[in-house]
Design a protein around this ligand. Structure first.
Ligand SMILES: Cc1cc2nc3c(=O)[nH]c(=O)nc-3n(C[C@H](O)[C@H](O)[C@H](O)COP(=O)(O)O)c2cc1C
Length: 144
């Protein structure tokens, strides 16, 4: 097993609500459990940023399936690197819906998604690198 992390950005083809996500995550979590894939999905009402963690070939195949999903378009891989450990080890697929979640602790994630969409750096780091750092550095989001 060669642990890698893949992060992609995509544009939602329509607005998704919590019922849509329940359906999406039900399927994703069952598949990912079988594939030993973990990760997190972020949505801000217009864009998705998703982290997939697992064996290189498995996450590449999974990404090829996901990118053809008509719930989103313009999928673009921003990051694909080996990793020593999983950042979202507890999650077959964590989900943070920034469209519905307005707590101030999510500000950093809103800024991160904006930076990813615009291709901007954030605190001197690319958005995917900063995202992984936010979740591995502290327990702001209770993920550890
Ligand atoms: C933004 C987004 C993220 C998704 N993430 C996953 C995922 O992590 N794992 C997964 O199996 N399917 C994911 N899907 C769903 C797949 O595109 C596809 O519908 C699903 O894997 C089909 O599963 P099935 O082959 O078991 O029917 C995602 C879809 C979207 C739009």
């Amino acid at each position: 097993m060669s642990l890698h992390q893949l992060i992609y950005l995509s544009k939602a083809s329509r607005h998704l609500d919590s019922v849509d996500f329940l359906k999406l995550l039900g399927v994703a979590r069952e598949n990912n459990l079988n594939l030993r894939v973990t990760g997190s999905l972020f949505y801000n009402g217009g864009w998705f940023l998703q982290v997939l963690e697992g064996d290189l070939h498995i996450i590449q195949d999974l990404y090829r399936k996901i990118e053809n999903d008509d719930r989103h378009m313009q999928a673009k891989v921003l990051y694909l690197e080996p990793a020593n450990s999983r950042t979202f080890s507890r999650w077959t697929m964590n989900m943070i819906n920034l469209d519905e979640e307005h707590d101030s602790k999510y500000h950093i994630l809103r800024d991160l998604l904006d930076a990813a969409v615009k291709g901007n750096m954030i605190d001197g780091l690319s958005a995917p690198v900063k995202l992984l750092k936010v979740f591995s550095d502290d327990n702001l989001f209770g993920i550890r």
